[in-house]
Design a protein around this ligand. Structure first.
Ligand SMILES: Nc1ncnc2c1ncn2[C@@H]1O[C@H](COP(=O)(O)OP(=O)(O)OP(=O)(O)O)[C@@H](O)[C@H]1O
Length: 365
C-alpha cells in the first residue's frame, strides 16, 4: 500500500503556476529523487510534503490520511518526517551529541533510551569519536552527518533531503551518497532527495521523478528513464543523452523502423509512423565498422574511464553535437563515419507527456 500519495497537486505564487497536476504514489521505503533544472518546482514540492507550504488544488495523503488539501493542513510536527537542508542549521553552541539529542529531549524521551538512541545514531554515521566536538570544529561532511543523525534519530517515516550535498566537494559527495544508501537501507524510511544533478540521482535513488516547468515529465526507475525516456527533455537530462530527429515509417510492438539520412534502421521504441525523435546515449554510437549511418567531424576528445570520450559535430540537420566513446585518439577535425547501435524512438510530439506508459506514475517498492 503506498504511504505517500499526491493527487493533482497545484501550487501558484503570485498567480504564476509553480506546480501543476502533480501525481505520486510512493510506497514506504522508496528512495525518490526529484530531479530537474533550476526553477522547475522541486523544492516547492518538497516543502509542500514537509508542511512548509500550502496548495491551491489537489491532495497529499500519508497512510490514507489527508495531510494537505486546499482546506486541510496537518502541521509539519504531525507528519512523521525529518528534513535535512543544504545549510545544516546545527546548533552552534551544542556539541555533536547535544545536537543529535536535542529533539529527543524536547519529546521527553527518557534518559537511558535517549542516550542509547543517540549513541547508536552517532555510531551509524561514524561520529562517535567526535561526539563532544562543536559543529565549528567539524568538516563539511561531518556536519552533514550530524544533520542526518539529528533527523534520523527521531525515526521519521520520511526523510526529506533538499540538495544536502551542494556545499560539499566531489569526493565528499561520493562518500555521502554511499552513506545515504546505507542509512536508507538500515532505517527502512522513505527518502526523498531534491537534486539537479542527474549523476547524484542515478547513484542513490530507487526511483526518479524528472520535473520540468512545474510538472513531472516522467517517473520510474533510473534504468527505465535511461532506456525508455518519455520525452526529449528526459532523454537529454538522463545519462548525458541526446536526441536526433528521425522519420518513423513503421512500428512493430516495442521496435520501430526509422529513416535517418539514407538509411533505414530497426530500433527499440514505441513511436507511431510520422516525425519522431531517436534518443541516444554515447554507447549507442560508435565509429562505423561497415557502411555506417551518418558523417561527422571530431570537435574534441578527453580520456575518461579508459575510453576517449569524443565530441562530434554530426552532419544531421537540427543536431548540434553528439558524444561517443572511442578506443583510439582522434584529433579535432578528423572526419568520421558513425554507426548507430541502439537507442529509443519516441513520437515527436511526446514533449508534454506527463508519464511514460512503461514507467507509470505508480511506484512499486
Ligand atoms: N515563496 C515564493 N514566492 C514566489 N515565488 C516562489 C517562491 N518560492 C519559489 N518560487 C518560484 O517558484 C519556482 C520554483 O521554485 P523552486 O525553488 O521550487 O524550484 P527548484 O526546482 O527547487 O529550483 P532550484 O534547483 O534552483 O532550487 C521558481 O520560479 C521560484 O522563483
Amino acid at each position: 500500500m503506498p504511504h505517500l500519495i499526491a493527487r493533482g497537486i497545484r501550487k501558484s505564487f503570485d498567480r504564476s503556476v509553480v506546480l501543476d497536476d502533480i501525481d505520486l504514489d510512493l510506497p514506504q521505503g522508496a528512495f525518490l529523487a526529484l530531479l530537474g533544472p533550476s526553477g522547475c518546482g522541486k523544492t516547492t514540492l518538497l516543502r509542500l510534503i514537509a508542511g512548509l507550504e500550502t496548495c491551491d488544488a489537489g491532495q497529499l495523503l500519508f497512510d490514507d490520511r489527508v495531510i494537505l488539501s486546499p482546506d486541510r493542513f496537518v502541521p509539519p510536527e504531525d507528519r512523521q518526517l525529518g528534513m535535512v537542508f543544504q545549510s545544516y542549521a546545527l546548533w552552534p553552541s551544542m556539541s555533536v551529541r547535544g545536537n543529535v539529542e536535542f529533539a529527543l529531549k524536547a519529546r521527553r524521551v527518557p534518559g537511558p533510551e535517549r542516550r542509547d538512541r543517540v549513541a547508536r545514531m552517532l555510531e551509524a554515521v561514524g561520529l562517535t569519536a567526535h561526539a563532544d566536538r562543536l559543529p565549528q570544529d567539524l568538516s563539511g561532511g561531518q556536519r552533514q552527518r550530524v544533520a542526518l543523525a539529528r533527523s534520523l534519530v527521531l525515526r521519521p517515516r520520511i526523510l526529506l533531503l533538499d540538495e544536502p550535498l551542494a556545499n560539499l566537494d566531489a569526493h565528499l559527495r561520493q562518500q555521502m551518497l554511499v552513506e545515504f544508501r546505507r542509512l536508507h537501507a538500515e532505517t527502512g524510511a522513505t527518502f526523498i532527495l531534491v537534486t539537479h544533478d542527474q549523476d547524484e540521482a542515478m547513484a542513490v535513488a530507487s526511483h526518479i521523478a524528472v520535473m520540468e516547468a512545474g510538472r513531472i515529465r516522467q517517473i520510474g526507475t533510473p534504468e527505465a528513464l535511461y532506456r525508455r525516456p518519455a520525452t526529449p527533455m528526459v532523454a537529454r537530462f538522463i545519462g548525458h543523452g541526446a536526441t536526433i530527429p528521425v522519420q518513423v515509417i513503421a512500428r512493430h510492438g516495442d521496435r520501430c523502423d526509422v529513416v535517418l539520412g539514407g538509411a533505414t534502421l530497426n530500433l527499440p521504441g514505441r513511436a507511431d509512423p510520422g516525425a519522431g525523435w531517436l534518443c541516444l546515449h554515447p554507447e549507442d554510437l560508435r565509429p562505423a565498422t561497415g557502411a555506417g549511418h551518418f558523417d561527422a567531424q571530431v570537435i574534441a576528445q578527453s580520456f575518461r574511464n579508459g575510453r576517449h570520450a569524443t565530441l562530434v559535430l554530426p552532419r544531421i540537420a537540427g543536431v548540434d553535437t553528439l558524444s561517443l566513446p572511442m578506443d583510439a585518439p582522434a584529433p579535432a577535425h578528423t572526419p568520421l563515419r558513425i554507426e548507430i547501435t541502439g537507442g529509443w524512438v519516441i513520437d515527436r510530439d511526446a514533449g508534454g507527456a506527463a508519464v511514460h506508459p512503461l514507467s507509470g506514475a505508480r511506484i512499486h517498492a
